[in-house]
Structure formats: C-alpha cells, structure tokens
Write a protein that binds this ligand. Sequence first.
Ligand SMILES: Cc1cc2nc3c(=O)[nH]c(=O)nc-3n(C[C@H](O)[C@H](O)[C@H](O)COP(=O)(O)OP(=O)(O)OC[C@H]3O[C@@H](n4cnc5c(N)ncnc54)[C@H](O)[C@@H]3O)c2cc1C
Length: 270
Amino acid sequence: MKKRGAARRIGVVTEKEYLTPHLIRVKLKVDDIHDFQHTTPGDNNKILVPPPGVKEIIFPEMDPETGKMLPIPEHLASSRRTYTHSGIDIDRSELFIDFVAHGEEGPASAWAIHCRPGDVLGIMMKTGSKELFPEVENMLFVGDATGLPAIAAMIKQLPEHVKATCVLEVYGKDDELELAGKASTTIHWLHNPHPEKGSELAQKVRSLPLPKESRFVFIAAEFDTVKDLRGYFRKEQGWDRTELSAYSYWRAGVAEDRSEKDRRAEKASM
Ligand SMILES: Cc1cc2nc3c(=O)[nH]c(=O)nc-3n(C[C@H](O)[C@H](O)[C@H](O)COP(=O)(O)OP(=O)(O)OC[C@H]3O[C@@H](n4cnc5c(N)ncnc54)[C@H](O)[C@@H]3O)c2cc1C
C-alpha cells in the first residue's frame, strides 16, 4: 500500500468514446501523471465540472487569515461531483473517467455528453493506493450503471481463485459492458430504461443464494436500493459490517451535492 496524499489537477480532454450507448469514457491529459502511478482504479475522485463554455477551473481555496473559503464568481463556479477512477495510462499521461449519460439536467452528465477535445475538468484525487475489497473466496457485486465503472475495475483486479457473482442493472441490452478478469464470474444483467423511477436490483439479489463464509458484498447504486440491501445483508441475513461496502452513488430527484448528507447518514446507519 502506498501512502495517500491528495493532489489537484486540470484534466484536458484528449478523447471521448461511447463504451455503450449510456456510458462515455473520457480520457484526460494531466500534468505530472507519475504522482498518480500508485492509485487504484475503482477508487473515486472529486471532479469539478465547469459551467458550459467555461474553460477555466477555480479550485476551492481557504483564506489563511479568516479560515473561510474564498469566494468564486458565480459564472465561473464549478459543480463538484464524485466519479470513479476508471484507469490510468502513465505513458500517455492520461486518466480515464466513465460517465453515465443520464441526461442534460445534471452538470456532469451534460458535460460528458457535450465535451470536446481541449475542454477542461478539475480533478481532486488521492495519490496513493486503496484496498477496495478484502481477501475472500466469494465476492458479490451489486451495482447500477453508476457502480459499473468501479465494479469493472475491481473485476479486473480479482485473483483467479475468487468466485464472483454480479447483479448489474443497466439501461438496456446494448449497455451490458464486457467485464474482463481472471476470476470465475457469473453476471445477472437487469435492464431498466428509467433508473430514476425505481430499480429491481434489491429484489433480484434477494432471490439469489448467498455464500455462507469467506464473503464480501460491494454495493453501489441509487439511495433506496442501497438502503434496502444494507438492511437485507446486515439485519435479515446477519452479515457483519466488515463483510460489506455499500454506498449510494446518487439519489433520485436530488443533485449530488444536495444528497451527500443523507447518503452519508444512510451509510452510517448500521
Ligand atoms: C463514490 C462514487 C463513485 C461514482 N462513480 C461514478 C462513475 O464512475 N460514473 C458515473 O456516471 N457516476 C458515478 N457516480 C455517481 C455520480 O456522482 C452521480 O450520478 C451524480 O449525481 C452525477 O452528477 P450530475 O451532475 O450528472 O447530476 P446531478 O446534478 O447530481 O443530478 C441531477 C439530477 O439527475 C439525477 N441523476 C443523477 N445521476 C443519475 C443517474 N445515474 N441516472 C439517472 N438520474 C440521475 C439526480 O437524481 C438529479 O435529479 C459515483 C458516485 C459516487 C458517490
């Protein structure tokens, strides 16, 4: 494990590719990429999304005299969002982020849909590595489209002897991403063209047999699904706190910055 510091960079778009109809991979050139050589894909970063047409990123700074944050002119203020570190290419000085194209109302989704080479994004990233899952025999992954980048990165890192089961919800058949790794992996795909209206992920998970020992579940999806499944694993199935990592990646009807408090509280609830 490499010790984790934090770094801020401007990422400049070099390339954009639709991995599936609703998942856009954006490649960003960053300076001093070697600072990030020990980072773990699947970990997450904060990104600063500039308003449309703005090519400047102003990072938040504290006034050392007052201890208060320095004001940023409203027309230049970025939206702060959380995205998975999907990959890194040291030779090309590039970081990859995979954005779900969920529509135009979210600044991050809209930015990804419209971004062009040369556009900029602020990146606030930990520089060290992170253990994303423990050494177990049985891994269960539950995610919607927003959890897919993290789950894809983790599947790549699983050792060969692990047995992995995934329950993944995407918009439609064409959004099923190819997941490559050494472990033997069973995938249950669900299709949901309107994830903001509810999900059947929890219901599907409840229908599956669960491993009895040496097990870990990673859950990354909408708030209600995560809350439901946290109760299922912790209360109904009696899984220990150390046997799960569950966090709501978004909340239907609420922008990320306004749902953060509730999502953190849900995580701390049991
Ligand atoms: C640790 C972590 C890692 C994440 N990694 C990724 C990632 O790699 N890729 C990724 O795409 N997302 C990821 N997310 C989720 C992402 O941060 C949220 O979806 C975020 O709300 C998107 O910001 P936005 O500006 O597009 O929309 P916001 O301004 O936050 O929201 C605007 C509206 O869109 C709705 N909305 C937000 N996301 C979705 C969605 N996926 N589907 C339907 N409606 C939605 C909101 O409920 C709200 O009504 C991650 C979240 C966390 C906490």
